[in-house]
Design a protein around this ligand. Structure first.
Ligand code: NDP
Ligand code: 2IT
Length: 448
């Protein structure tokens, strides 16, 4: 069965077994392109069928979610939890509420989470879940009823020692509160079963900021290795959600200038930079008013490009922080042509494979999300620890730990990804470093 372990042959089989799951195929391909050559050099992994086991989730749970909207209409959505791998800890990963959610997207996210969580050095396995529910335009009460219905089924499958979900696209503090409240009611237990909770009921300081801050820290590390820093650099950021906004905040604190933000309708270009005051406005616009980024352009009298992404804007550094496949080959070519020197992914798999190839060829520093956005789940891990010991750490301590974790992840990637010419292939580094810990744990368990 494992005689021909070539990337092409392996992918052929995977595509056959998972028809139509294009995002999952993409995430696996990006991984096995590095992992298979490494396995061929380390035959004990090959004999144990590790790569075949790692690409098959432990289980996928799919369920009906029924709820009533404000008009009294009965609505039906599909809920999911993909429990991908618990070799190194309980399943851990976010929940996404977005109309595009399907099994392929959640399998790609759960698969990536395996290596991301491994890279954090914390004991966390990998899972991902969500629903094809669209929170946009829904009232708070509708979102509450949906979350309660969703958790009524999900509660059977999760627990503080088995599976600990958190937020992702469309799932923020409001949704986590409704979900946690329902879990608590159903089980009559107060346990740290979700992370990203509010501070009043077991949440951790810095969790909200962690993914975006961590992404900026990772960029600072990549540049540091080359004797450079974020200070004084012009930066493009996509998205205007949790990750994008806190990434913007940290870039600004580190002396960089962020000139773009976006949402699914278009992007704004503010050549003067998005300072702390403007950022406070966007946070309020997005989390309280739940408005569109075009409002920013009206308020601050800058340019708005409907239906476009920000990658044509000239910049030194780029931070894709919205969603998968939002940065394609032609976008990468524009960035390179305009002098962009480094890209750090805040989102999961925002760059297509062809775009990554362009960056690698041009020797642009490129950090894949599984390394550079790991700060979010890392602080989720710290939230779990604080819940277990019934303590809360201060913001300074947590930000210090986050910064240390991002430094260590960077070191591991550099160790496994450095080429003869000194250029670090961070994709390879993250894949190999993330793989080893999970693979060795799986080997230790024997055939299972
Ligand atoms: P939010 O829901 O807070 O924000 C998402 C942002 O991305 C919004 O600006 C949204 O615009 C935009 N967006 C979503 N879908 C699309 C699309 N199809 N096309 C264009 N823009 C889109 O999510 P997060 O900030 O939490 O997540 C952003 C990314 O970061 C995701 O890839 C997520 O998986 C990843 N991530 C998140 C972590 C976290 O801790 N939250 C941790 C690690 C990674 P609009 O409002 O118009 O939809
Ligand atoms: O993609 C991710 O790492 C997240 N959405 C965060 C997961 C978590 O458990 O905090």
């Amino acid at each position: 069965m494992y005689d021909d372990l070539s990337v092409e042959h392996f992918m052929e089989g995977l595509i056959k077994r998972n028809p139509g799951e294009t995002e999952f195929h993409q995430a696996v391909y990006e991984f096995v392109a590095d992992a298979i050559p490494f396995i061929l050099e380390n035959p004990h992994y090959r004999k144990a069928g590790i790569i075949q086991r790692m690409t098959e989730p432990d289980r996928t749970i799919i369920f009906r979610v029924v709820w009533e909207d404000d008009a009294g209409h009965i609505r039906v959505n599909r809920g999911y939890r993909v429990q991908f791998n618990n070799a190194i800890g309980p399943y851990k990963g976010g929940l996404r509420f977005h109309p595009s959610v399907n099994l392929s997207i959640l399998k790609f996210l759960g698969f990536e989470q395996t290596f991301k969580n491994s890279l954090t050095s914390l004991p966390m396995g990998a899972g991902k879940g969500g629903a094809d529910f669209n929170p946009k335009g829904k009232s708070d009460r509708e979102v509450m009823r949906f979350c309660q219905a969703f958790m009524t089924e999900l509660a059977f499958h999760i627990g503080e020692h088995t599976d600990i979900p958190a937020g992702d696209i469309g799932v923020g503090a409001r949704e986590i509160s409704f979900l946690f409240g329902q879990y608590k009611r159903l089980t009559r237990e107060f346990t740290g079963v979700l992370t990203g909770k509010s501070l009043e009921f077991g949440g951790s300081l810095i969790r909200t900021e962690a993914t975006g801050y961590g992404n900026a820290f990772f960029m600072e590390e990549m540049l540091g290795l080359q004797g450079m820093s974020i200070s004084g650099k012009t930066c493009t950021v996509s998205g205007s959600g949790n990750v994008a906004l806190y990434c913007t905040e940290k870039i600004t604190q580190l002396g960089g200038k962020v000139v773009t933000l976006s949402d699914s309708s278009g992007f704004i270009y503010d050549s003067e930079g998005i300072d702390a005051e403007k950022l406070a406005y966007v946070l309020e616009l997005k989390t309280v008013q739940r408005g569109r980024i075009s409002e920013y352009a009206k308020k601050y009298d800058c340019e708005y490009y409907a239906g476009k992404r920000p990658w044509g804007v000239s910049c030194d550094l780029a931070f894709p922080c919205a969603t998968q496949n939002e940065l394609e080959k032609s976008d990468a070519e524009h960035l390179v042509a305009n002098g962009c020197m480094a890209v750090s992914e805040g989102a999961n798999m925002p760059s297509t494979m062809e775009a990554i190839e362009v960056f690698h060829k041009a020797k642009v520093l490129f950090a894949p999300g599984k390394a550079s956005n790991a700060g979010g789940v890392a602080v989720s891990g710290l939230e779990m620890t604080q819940n277990s010991i019934r303590m809360s750490w201060g913001a300074e301590e947590l930000e210090g730990r986050l910064s240390e974790i991002m430094k260590r992840i960077h070191q591991k990637c550099a160790e496994h990804g450095k080429g003869d010419d000194g250029y670090v292939n961070y994709v390879k580094g993250a894949n190999i470093a993330g793989f080893i810990k999970v693979a060795d744990a799986m080997l230790a368990y024997g055939v299972a």
